[in-house]
Design a protein around this ligand. Structure first.
Ligand SMILES: Nc1ncnc2c1ncn2[C@@H]1O[C@H](COP(=O)(O)OP(=O)(O)OP(=O)(O)O)[C@@H](O)[C@H]1O
Ligand SMILES: [Mg+2]
Length: 371
C-alpha cells in the first residue's frame, strides 16, 4: 500500500505542481493517474521513488516513510517505465533487461537467464535478445521497457505514459498484455496517462487530476463514469461516458432469441410465420455449424412460394457478432449498431450462433444498468 498524506510539491518559482495529495494506492492493484497536461501526474508518480522530493507531507510504502530509505535502494525496489522506453542505446536487449539484477549484484549468468525469461513473459522473441534498441519497433521497445522494470521482481511498478508513443493498434495490444501480466503478477502498479479510455481499461482505481495539481476524484472506473463529481470531471471523462460504462456489464444478461434463426434448408413459410407473428423485420440464416451467413429481410419473404428454402434468398451481410460468455453490453451494442439489421448476433467461443438480441431487449438491458 502506498499512501500520500498531504504530499505537495511547490517549486521555488512558486509553481504548485502538486497541491496536497491525500490518496491510498492499494497493494496488488492498478491505480491510474489521469488528467490534463501539467496537472501534476508525473510529479506525483516520481515522488513515490524519490526522483522528486515533496516539499510538504509524507509518502509511505507499507507504512514506512520513504524519507527513511536510501533513494538508490528505493529506486531499485520499484520498477519504472517511461514513454519511449528510455533504453540504453548501446546495450543489447538482453543486457538492457538485466540492468537492475546486475546492479543488485546477481552474477551475469543468472541475470541473463532472468532476462531471457522476462523476454518470453512480455511476448518478445528470443532471437531479439542480441539486437540493439534501434533495431526494434516502438511497441517492441516498450515491451523491453516493461521487462526491464520487472527484472528484479519489484512489488511496485511505476509507469509514466508508457504506451503513448505507439500507434493505436500496437497500443491496444500492449494494454492487453499488461492486463494479462497483471493477472499473473499482481504488482502494485501506478500508471499515468492522458487518455481516459486507457485509464478505464487498465485501472482498478482512477485518480483524476485537475490543473493546479489537485485531485478531482478518486474512484473505481465504473463509478467515475456513472457519477463524475463535478463539471470538470464530467467533461474530462467525455460525452460518451454512458456508452463506455456499458463495458462494465456482461452481455450474458441479454436474452437471446432462437426463433428468428434459421438454416439454409428451412423453408420460407416457416420464417414467414415467425416474422408475421411479432413483426420482426429480419431473420438470420446460419450454416450447418451454426456459423452466421446473413440476414434475410422479412419483406423478401412475403411473396415467395411455399417450399422455397432460405438458402436461395438474397442475404445482407451479418455484420459483427458478440461473444455471449465474455463480451460486455458495450460490445453487444456495437454489434447491433454495426449490423445491417440493427440487431446483435450472439455467438459462442467457436463463433456458432446462440441467438439474436432484439432491439427491445437490448434497450431494456441498457436501461436496467443506467441510473
Ligand atoms: N523543475 C520544475 N520547476 C518548476 N515547475 C515545474 C518543474 N517541473 C515541473 N514543473 C511544473 O509542475 C507542473 C506539473 O508537472 P507534471 O510534469 O507533474 O505534469 P503532468 O500532469 O505529468 O503533465 P503531462 O501530462 O504534460 O506530462 C507543471 O505546471 C510543470 O510546468
Ligand atoms: Mg507527465
Amino acid at each position: 500500500m502506498i499512501t500520500f498524506e498531504g504530499a505537495a510539491k511547490i517549486y521555488p518559482d512558486g509553481t504548485v505542481a502538486v497541491a496536497g495529495l491525500d490518496l491510498t494506492v492499494e497493494t496488488g492493484r492498478t491505480t491510474v493517474f489521469v488528467g490534463p497536461s501539467g496537472s501534476g501526474k508525473t510529479t506525483s508518480l516520481r515522488m513515490i521513488n524519490r526522483m522528486v522530493e515533496p516539499t510538504h507531507g509524507t509518502i509511505r510504502i507499507d507504512g514506512a516513510d520513504i524519507r527513511d530509505q536510501d533513494p538508490a535502494l528505493l529506486r531499485r525496489s520499484i520498477g519504472y517505465v517511461i514513454q519511449q522506453a528510455g533504453l540504453f542505446p548501446h546495450r543489447t536487449i538482453l543486457d538492457n533487461i538485466a540492468t537492475v539484477p546486475l546492479l543488485l549484484g546477481w552474477n551475469r549468468r543468472k541475470a541473463r537467464a532472468r532476462a531471457a525469461e522476462l523476454m518470453e513473459l512480455v511476448g518478445l522473441e528470443a532471437s531479439q535478445a542480441k539486437r540493439y534498441p534501434h533495431q526494434l519497433s516502438g511497441g517492441q521497445q516498450q515491451r523491453v521497457g516493461v521487462a526491464r522494470a520487472l527484472a528484479a521482481d519489484p512489488p511496485v511498478l511505476l509507469m509514466d505514459e508508457p504506451f503513448s508513443a505507439v500507434d493505436p493498434v500496437v497500443r491496444a495490444g500492449l494494454q492487453e498484455e499488461l492486463l494479462r501480466l497483471q493477472q499473473e503478477l499482481h504488482k502494485t502498479i501506478v500508471f499515468v496517462t492522458h487518455d481516459i479510455d486507457e485509464a478505464v481499461r487498465l485501472g482498478d482505481r482512477i485518480a483524476v487530476f485537475r490543473p493546479g495539481g489537485e485531485l478531482a476524484q478518486y474512484d473505481a472506473p465504473e463509478h467515475l463514469l456513472a457519477r463524475p463529481v463535478d463539471d470538470f470531471v464530467e467533461s474530462f471523462v467525455g460525452y460518451d461516458r454512458g456508452v463506455r460504462r456499458l463495458s462494465f456489464f456482461p452481455a450474458r444478461q441479454l436474452s437471446l432469441r432462437q426463433d428468428v434463426v434459421f438454416d439454409t434448408e428451412d423453408r420460407v413459410e416457416r420464417a414467414r410465420d415467425v416474422v408475421e407473428g411479432d413483426g420482426e423485420p429480419w431473420v438470420l440464416v446460419v450454416d450447418e455449424n451454426r456459423t452466421p451467413l446473413g440476414w434475410v429481410d422479412a419483406a423478401q419473404l412475403i411473396d415467395k412460394p411455399a417450399g422455397l428454402t432460405l438458402g436461395t434468398l438474397e442475404m445482407a451481410p451479418y455484420g459483427h457478432t458478440f461473444d455471449v460468455a465474455t463480451d460486455s453490453l458495450r460490445a453487444a451494442l456495437d454489434a447491433a449498431v454495426l449490423s445491417p439489421a440493427g440487431r446483435a448476433v450472439g455467438v459462442d467461443d467457436e463463433g456458432a450462433v446462440l441467438g439474436v438480441v432484439s432491439q427491445e431487449d437490448l434497450g431494456a438491458a441498457i436501461w436496467s444498468v443506467s441510473e
